[in-house]
Design a protein around this ligand. Sequence first.
Ligand SMILES: Cc1cc2nc3c(=O)[nH]c(=O)nc-3n(C[C@H](O)[C@H](O)[C@H](O)COP(=O)(O)OP(=O)(O)OC[C@H]3O[C@@H](n4cnc5c(N)ncnc54)[C@H](O)[C@@H]3O)c2cc1C
Length: 342
Amino acid sequence: MSLNKKYDYIVVGQGLAGTLIVHELLECNKSILIVDISLKASASRVAAGLINPISVRRCIPAFPDFYLKTAIKRYKELEEKLSSNFMHLKPILKLFRNEDVKHLWNDKYLNEGMDIYIKSFNQKNTFNQLNDAFTSANVEPAGNLDVAKFLNDSKKYFSDKCDFLDEKFDFECFDKTKINYKGFDAQKIIFCEGYRVSENPFFSYLPISPTKGEVITIKIPSIKYFDRIISKGVYVLPLGNHLYTVGATYNREDLTDKITSDGQQFLKDRLEGILNVEYEIIDRVAGVRPTVKDYKSLIGWHSENNNIGIFNGLGARGVLAGPYLSNAFVNSSFENISRFSK
Ligand SMILES: Cc1cc2nc3c(=O)[nH]c(=O)nc-3n(C[C@H](O)[C@H](O)[C@H](O)COP(=O)(O)OP(=O)(O)OC[C@H]3O[C@@H](n4cnc5c(N)ncnc54)[C@H](O)[C@@H]3O)c2cc1C
């Protein structure tokens, strides 16, 4: 790479956020330098990538309906562009925990417009291998994004369209007045470092409130493939060949990528309430979600320098929200990140 090359944009971080932004910018014919340290336990690398339109505890829409429509359309477009398959649409099977939850869902279905997502209800004992004593509902459209595959395929696609620096962004080497990093000039820079934005001197004042999550992969010898994503306190996502991802925990105290006995016990307890069959644990991982105190994303330009931007705070539902928000950001619906003062 030649020094002093001039780019339109520097994008720091190529997790889900950075990847979606780079796709948008490339489609606007922008030249891009990507700086990413490839953290193994980034949120995007461990996420099951659920696309679930319902906030299941209260049975309300997770976002306005156009977020879901935009997400499904965008990932399909990107699958075509990358000649790959990383979005898997399949229903979510919501197992009710008790009569109250069952009645809440029935009421929302009948009286509050949730029939756009709740497609049907199942009788109890429909699924032999599952604990569905309080009946269940099918949520559609829904599914999951294989986020790691999306990131890897995108990186390959970017390889002859963008330049890369595989390193941790060093703020000592960044000239904010010229938007110059180690001799590389750019018009603008967008930071997409996930929860590590807390180390970013331009945006560390933002109230990021990260949440660690642990996930396990289990093998269920008696179920080769279940055609739905099960939800009851945790999700059980079918991967094929008897394997399932189970998650996730929520922990705001410990922000390491270490597996904990409490986290593992939580997942096992939840599985007790779901499965009537034996399983074995094959793998365990943890990552940290870039969640925000007011649950809204952190998107916009720095109030003192509108060439320094942030696309972050995608939280626990980044897969669903990311496509709409990245498009809106690149098309400038977001201005200053001004809802928090310094
Ligand atoms: C256990 C778990 C389960 C989840 N499940 C779901 C789910 O089912 N559905 C859903 O929608 N969302 C889920 N999420 C949330 C989702 O993963 C996040 O919303 C999303 O991945 C955030 O992406 P990001 O790019 O902002 O951050 P990250 O994925 O953390 O990416 C940040 C990137 O920046 C790089 N980076 C960081 N600092 C620097 C630096 N200084 N210099 C250079 N590079 C840097 C890292 O290497 C990384 O590549 C889950 C998260 C976790 C942890």
